[in-house]
Design a protein around this ligand. Structure first.
Ligand code: C2E
Ligand code: MG
Ligand code: MG
Ligand code: MG
Length: 291
């Protein structure tokens, strides 16, 4: 029995197949989760200055603490949510939790914005900008402290409404970040067409940049693009000191990944941010000498 517990308790369940019946079953549970209690939770992961390790922002990553299945990753339930009427209340809940968490670190004198991932479908909802404004007002949070991360994988037919929604959000002061840059629809075309504040270089390029000249060229190119367009650049998924050195060498300012911090529960984030802010950039001389 102990062995059985070992495999079920604390597993992240990320390998689980998201078959459609399973997704339907989950959806029924999700309805309960909303009315019931605090099953929707956020883990938070800082982005940091690559040289000084000072925090530059915090990303909210949703998890569903399922009463029977344990912690479920977004990949396991988001597809069902996105196809349902639950998307609007779900997104509002995530924004609510993210802004509440941001109020904590702001109160501790740490002045960095919170980033929230947004489903492509929300960007085709003409009421989405008003929903965002409503949550900001309720939390008395200036719009500039919210970054919305988008991946822009919507059909061409919906492009017009997406452009309008993004323009409205941005004119209200909310920042927009292009997530997973270099993959799928988050490409060069998006950067030229849309007004954005930040690009996040997809983890796959950071992963391969040391072994693959091509991946390295993509990272270098994204960094240069960002500096020419006046758009912030964040490297996703940094895991090693070697990647840190390579990113600094190509002039990448900011990164996010296990090397600095894993995503953590909200009650741990203020302490983690203060620690990052205080930690001396001990490796920097070494890193610079290598490039
Ligand atoms: P993303 O926005 O690109 O988030 C980065 C993912 O990489 C997260 O996975 C994070 O836990 C993981 N990660 C961070 N650092 C490292 C690292 O150093 N190594 C590795 N291997 N992984 C790292 P997660 O939390 O499973 O989220 C997956 C995706 O789900 C996110 O990708 C985002 O697109 C989506 N997502 C997360 N939260 C939300 C949400 O509240 N709403 C919506 N619509 N989508 C969300
Ligand atoms: Mg993201
Ligand atoms: Mg990403
Ligand atoms: Mg990614």
């Amino acid at each position: 029995r102990a062995k059985e517990l070992g495999v079920t308790v604390g597993t992240y369940d990320s390998g689980q197949d998201a078959s459609s019946t399973d997704q339907l079953a989950l959806l029924a549970d999700l309805q309960d989760a909303f009315v019931a209690d605090d099953q929707i939770i956020l883990h938070l992961q800082p982005a940091v200055d690559l040289v000084t390790s000072e925090p530059t922002g915090v990303e909210a990553l949703v998890r569903w603490h399922h009463p029977r299945r344990g912690y479920l990753s977004p990949a396991e339930f988001l597809p069902a949510v996105e196809r349902s009427e639950l998307l609007i209340p779900f997104t509002r809940r995530v924004l609510d939790l993210a802004l509440a968490a941001a109020a904590d670190w702001t109160a501790s004198g740490i002045d960095v914005p919170v980033s929230v991932n947004v489903s492509a479908r929300s960007l085709t909802d003409p009421t989405f900008p008003a929903q965002v404004t409503e949550v900001l007002r309720r939390h008395r949070t200036p719009a500039s402290r919210l970054v919305l991360e988008i991946t822009e994988s919507v059909a061409v037919s919906e492009q017009e409404i997406v452009d309008e929604v993004l323009a409205r959000l941005r004119s209200s002061g909310v920042q927009v970040s292009l997530d997973d840059f270099g993959t799928g629809f988050s490409s060069l075309a998006s950067v030229t067409r849309m007004p954005i504040d930040e690009i996040k270089i997809d983890r796959s390029f950071v992963d391969e940049m040391i072994d693959s000249a091509a991946a390295g060229a993509v990272v270098r190119g994204a960094v240069e693009l960002g500096s020419r367009l006046g758009v912030r650049v964040v490297a996703e998924g940094i895991e090693t000191i070697e990647q840190r050195a390579a990113l600094i060498a190509v002039g990448c300012p900011t990164a996010q990944g296990y090397h600095f911090c894993k995503p953590m529960p909200a009650d741990k984030i203020v302490q983690a941010l203060s620690q990052l802010a205080r930690s001396a950039p001990t490796n920097v001389t070494q890193l610079r000498a290598d490039d």
